[in-house]
Design a protein around this ligand. Structure first.
Ligand code: NAD
Length: 324
C-alpha cells in the first residue's frame, strides 16, 4: 500500500530532539525554514501540509497562499503571531505545547522577583571588588523578604497555577485576578480571587502578568493602573509585550511611582535600541528567555513534534487544540 507523505515545515527551527522525532516519522518529509521574512514565507509555505512555528508571522496574506496547510503547531502557547480568524474560517487546526511551557516561565518570574528583592548583582560585585566589609555599613532599604509580601497574579492558567505554589513556598500572600477561573479553584490552590483589579493594585507588593495578548489585555496595565500601586511595588511581565504600556511604565519608574520592573517581553522584539527601558536602571531585562532552560527547550520541541505526529496519526489530545 502506498504511504501518504506529508510535507512538514519547521519554521524558525527548534531543539534537535523534536526535529529528529519529526524526521524519524515514516510519513513525513521535513524541512527547516530559517528565513522568516514575509517574502520567503509567501514563497516557501504553500508546499507544506503542517508546520511548527516559533517566531515568524503567519498573517492572512501568508496563510491564504497555503492551500495544503492543515495544522500549525506552535512551539509555545502564545499565538498572537497567527491570524486565528483565518484559521477558523479555513478549518486549519492550531496546536500549543500544553505540558512543557509553564514550569520554566514560573521559575523565571521567581528569578526576577528574587533578583530584584535580594540586591541583584550588588553583593556579588562587592565581594569581587574587595568591598566585603562595606556591606555592613550599607543602609539596606531596597532589599526585602518575600515572607508575607502580597503578590497579584493576573492570569491563572498554566503559568499562574505553577507560580502560586512557588509563592506559597515563600510564605507570600497570593491574590489572583482571572475573571475566567472559578473562586473555588483559586481557593483550592491557596489563592484569593480578586474581582476588582483596581482596588487590588492598591494593596500589593508584586504584580505578575501571565495573560495572553488579546485586544482585551493590550495596555491592560497603563498609567491609570500603575498610579494606583504602592511606591515600593514591582511589576513582572513574562507574558507578552503590549500588555503593559512601556512608555507609561518607564515614566512611572522615573517618577518613583513604583520601584522596579522585570521584563522578559517587549512591545517590539527585539526592542528598539533607543527604547528608554533599556537604559533604565530600575528594570531587570531578559530577551524573551523565560523558557530558555535545557529541560524546557527540549520538552517544548518534543511536544511540538509529537503534536504534529498525533495530528496526522489522528491521536491528538483535545487539550492541545486551541478553540478558535
Ligand atoms: N516569555 C515567555 O517565554 C513565555 C512563555 C510561556 C508563555 N508566555 C505567555 O504567557 C501567557 C500565559 O501562558 P499560560 O500558559 O499560563 O496561558 P494559559 O492560556 O494557560 O492561561 C492564561 C490565563 O489568562 C486568563 N486571562 C485571559 N484574559 C484575561 C484577562 N483579561 N484578565 C485576566 N486573566 C485573563 C485566562 O483565563 C487563562 O486562565 C501566554 O499567552 C504567552 O503569551 C510567555
Amino acid at each position: 500500500m502506498e504511504l501518504d507523505i506529508y510535507k512538514i515545515g519547521i519554521i524558525d527551527t527548534m531543539n534537535s530532539k523534536g526535529i529528529e522525532l519529526l524526521k524519524s516519522h515514516k510519513n513525513f518529509n521535513v524541512d527547516i525554514i530559517t528565513d522568516l521574512s514575509k517574502e520567503n514565507l509567501l514563497k516557501e509555505l504553500p508546499k507544506y501540509d503542517g508546520v511548527t512555528l516559533r517566531r515568524g508571522k503567519l498573517d492572512s496574506e501568508v496563510l491564504k497562499n497555503c492551500k495544503n496547510l492543515k495544522v500549525i503547531a506552535r512551539h509555545g502557547v502564545g499565538y498572537d503571531n497567527v491570524d486565528t480568524n483565518y484559521l477558523k474560517a479555513n478549518n486549519i487546526t492550531l496546536l500549543v505545547t500544553h505540558n512543557s511551557t509553564s514550569t520554566s516561565p514560573a521559575e523565571h518570574i521567581m528569578f526576577m522577583i528574587l533578583n530584584i528583592y535580594k540586591g541583584r548583582e550588588m553583593f556579588d560585585k562587592m565581594v569581587r571588588d574587595g568591598s566585603f566589609h562595606k556591606a555592613i555599613h550599607l543602609q539596606i532599604d531596597d532589599n526585602f523578604e518575600l515572607f508575607d509580601k502580597k503578590i497579584l497574579i493576573v492570569g491563572f492558567g498554566r503559568i499562574g497555577k505553577k507560580l502560586i505554589k512557588k509563592c506559597l513556598g515563600f510564605d507570600m500572600k497570593v491574590l489572583v485576578y482571572d475573571p475566567y477561573v472559578d473562586e473555588k479553584n483559586i481557593k483550592l490552590l491557596g489563592g484569593e480571587k480578586i474581582v476588582n483589579l483596581e482596588s487590588a493594585l492598591k494593596e500589593i507588593d508584586i504584580l505578575s502578568m501571565s495573560v495572553p495578548l488579546t485586544e482585551k489585555t493590550r495596555n491592560m496595565i497603563s498609567h491609570k493602573e500603575i498610579s494606583l500601586m504602592k511606591k515600593n511595588a514591582i511589576i513582572i511581565n513574562i507574558s507578552r509585550g503590549g500588555i503593559i504600556n512601556e512608555n507609561d511604565l518607564n515614566d512611572a519608574l522615573n517618577k518613583n511611582v513604583i520601584s522596579f520592573a522585570g521584563l522578559d517581553v517587549f512591545e517590539t522584539e527585539p526592542p528598539e535600541i533607543n527604547n528608554p527601558l533599556l537604559k533604565n536602571k530600575r528594570v531587570l531585562l531578559s530577551p524573551h528567555a523565560a523558557t530558555f532552560t535545557k529541560e524546557c527547550l527540549e520538552n517544548m520541541s518534543l511536544e511540538t513534534a509529537q503534536n504534529i505526529i498525533d495530528f496526522f496519526d489522528k491521536k491528538l489530545e483535545k487539550i492541545k487544540i486551541v478553540k478558535l
